[in-house]
Design a protein around this ligand. Structure first.
Ligand code: SF4
Length: 211
């Protein structure tokens, strides 16, 4: 382990303890391969799986793994019309396992997420039976103020550029606190506790994932 990874490993137990006091489960893995293996072991064959937009899901190898597994996948990218998108979203809400990441995670165990449409944060909040968050330790910040700052200055501009969105941050690389039609930051959601114990599971990985 390099020094950065050693620091991640030392910080993880405290974060996991703080997630637990908020009704969420936390797990720590040194690398993506061991994380993917552990997640797969938690999902019975035949489970219904869906996901929100997440670079971490692809970068970690989890997307490849679930596509090769014996699961029923609900993929909104297959929708051809608005009506199909609505129907797929309805099935997503009923899924057994919903995958995404978080835009930031505080040391005290709070999740902070922005969303343009709101479908991802809606599923995080309520609906799918289990929510599986794949989180690189690069997303960990000190407190809520740092979390929102991280999202607006790092996560959102990079995502806007990746998705070719027409927002000020995609043009300049910095947040202009916009109200533009394609704004990503329509919803800024803090998850401070889960009422349903263990529904939200946070899989921390001791490396950089996503933005
Ligand atoms: S408020 Fe607008 S400019 Fe700022 S990060 Fe969000 S989408 Fe980008």
């Amino acid at each position: 382990m390099n020094y950065k990874q050693q620091a991640f490993a030392k910080a993880a137990p405290g974060i996991i303890k703080n997630l637990e006091k908020r009704g969420m489960e936390g797990y720590y893995f040194e690398d993506c391969a061991s994380m993917v293996k552990a997640v797969l072991s938690m999902m019975p064959e035949g489970s219904v799986l869906s996901w929100g937009g997440s670079a971490s899901l692809t970068e970690s190898g989890m997307m490849d793994a679930i596509q090769k597994g014996n699961y029923t996948l609900i993929d909104r990218a297959t929708a051809q019309t608005d009506q199909e998108r609505r129907e797929i979203y309805g099935k997503t809400v009923m899924s057994d396992f919903y995958f995404c990441s978080t835009n930031a995670l505080t040391l005290d165990g709070e999740l902070v997420n922005i969303d343009g449409n709101g479908n991802r944060v809606a599923c995080l909040i309520h609906g799918p039976q289990h929510v599986m968050l794949l989180v690189g330790m690069n997303k960990v910040v000190k407190d809520l103020d740092s979390a929102v700052k991280r999202v607006r200055t790092q996560a959102c501009p990079a995502n806007a550029i990746r998705l070719n969105m027409n927002t000020p941050c995609a043009v300049t690389g910095t947040c202009a606190d916009c109200l533009s039609p394609e704004c990503f930051c329509n919803q800024i959601v803090v998850t401070r506790r889960s009422r349903h114990a263990g529904r939200i599971k946070v899989f921390l990985v001791g490396q950089e994932l996503g933005f």
